[in-house]
Ligand binder design. Structure first.
Ligand SMILES: *Cc1c(COP(=O)(O)O)cnc(C)c1O
Length: 399
């Protein structure tokens, strides 16, 4: 997945443009910048890459999720449905707005189970946040139907699925708002950075203002700008945008390398009868940034994960035992460990986490191994990796 593997001259050239004229800020300073508007250019490139009317760059993927929630009007006491398997950023962004994350089970897509979503809807529910984990996606049609029936906003966290598509549409452009991360380990990187995409003009205008202190960006005199509402600083810098600009132009190449490497490994693993692969919803195409497969049970998956590490196969994750991505290890969330007090409403809204179990999620995450697909491998390396993986998994199944 990581674009940083192929970081080179194109990125250096874009960054040098910025360093040479010295305007590191994305807004204003028109006279000084010699026509360099890296953030604006990157937004235009992303509009066509993601087939979206509007793109607002921000400082991170977490910022993107925060801005998407804010422009959707999510705030104090609102409930946002999110999956049990994601990154901690999902609930962090919801909590920062004083809203309540409602975690529900995933299914064999490794993303939100639409049936679990439907059960979790309450009068306080305002939005559904689907997280397209490890390169593939949720069942967008089923989720859209639920959103339409209950008048909910559909937010896509596509941070890990840049370039994946659903029924011909880029992931992130299917729901009301899409969120991307360009942090150091994502498919394309800015170093740090993110984007919110939407076809909704009002959401976009609000994202533009909100991510820059509520400045309305009307007129050339920065200090004279009006503030239709209070905002915050989620700005990206020109330096970061410059890196992303070089990277986004290489995205089609990155995606085809990922697909090639993924296919070689998948074909090798397909010969193991006990292995099944993650379900991709009908009409969906992964971005091939990860290869995800299931083993017969938790203990086999644990042993296989250990074996893979011992065999020197890096980048294979057994998320069941991982602190970053799965509810099982999020004691800080379950025990409401915050640095500062949170409202009684949020506290009581999160009480369910003391007792709720996620057996269905455990059933899938417990048996899942997720392998990062790298861009820099030679064909030789992919083939010997595939062989080593087959050997490591087979030896567990035989024992
Ligand atoms: C990386 C990631 C984020 C956060 O992005 P940052 O740019 O690191 O803040 C959010 N959601 C998912 C699913 C991610 O993988």
């Amino acid at each position: 997945m990581p674009g940083f593997e192929l970081f080179g001259n194109a990125e250096r050239k874009e960054v040098n443009d910025v360093l040479e004229n010295g305007v590191l800020m994305r807004y204003g300073f028109d006279g000084m910048r010699n026509g360099h508007w890296k953030a604006k250019e990157l937004e235009t490139e992303l509009q066509s890459a993601f087939k979206s009317k509007h793109v607002q760059l921000v400082s991170s993927g977490t910022a993107a999720v925060s801005v998407a929630l804010a422009v959707a009007g999510i705030g104090a006491g609102d409930e946002v449905i999110m999956p049990s398997f994601t990154f901690v950023a999902s609930f962090e962004a919801i909590m920062m707005l004083g809203a309540i994350p409602v975690l529900v089970d995933i299914d064999d897509t490794l993303t939100l189970d639409p049936k679990a979503v439907e059960k979790a809807i309450s009068p306080k529910t305002k939005a559904i946040m689907v997280v397209h984990m490890c390169g593939s996606m949720g069942d967008m049609e089923a989720l859209q139907t639920i959103c339409d029936a209950h008048n909910l906003v559909l937010i896509e966290d596509a941070c890990q699925a840049i370039g994946g598509t659903y029924k011909g549409k880029p992931l992130g452009s299917v729901g009301d708002l899409g969120c991307f991360s360009f942090d150091f380990v994502k498919t394309i990187t800015c170093g740090e950075g993110g984007a919110v995409i939407t076809d909704n003009e009002q959401y976009y205008m609000n994202a533009d203002h909100y991510s820059d202190h509520g400045h309305d960006h009307i007129g050339n005199d920065r200090g004279a700008e009006d503030h239709p509402f209070m905002g915050y600083n989620f700005r990206i810098s020109e330096l970061h945008a410059a890196v992303g600009l070089a990277q986004v132009r290489r995205l089609p190449d990155f995606l085809s390398i990922q697909q090639k490497n993924y296919t070689i490994i998948r074909e090798a693993l397909s010969e193991i009868a006990e292995i099944t692969f993650r379900t991709v919803p009908e009409g969906g195409e992964e971005n091939y940034g990860f290869l995800n497969f299931f083993l017969p049970d938790l203990e086999i998956a644990r042993k296989a994960s250990k074996n893979l590490k011992a065999a020197g196969v890096d980048g294979c994750f057994h998320y069941y035992d991982n602190n970053w991505h799965y509810i099982r290890k999020w004691d800080h969330l379950k025990n409401l460990k915050t640095l500062y007090p949170i409202s009684e409403e949020v506290k009581s809204g999160l009480k369910y986490l003391q007792t709720k179990t996620f057996e269905q999620s455990d059933h899938f995450i417990g048996r899942n191994i997720s392998c990062l697909i790298k861009l820099s491998w030679t064909e030789e390396e992919v083939k010997s990796r595939a062989e080593a993986m087959v050997k490591a998994v087979t030896s567990v199944l035989k024992s």
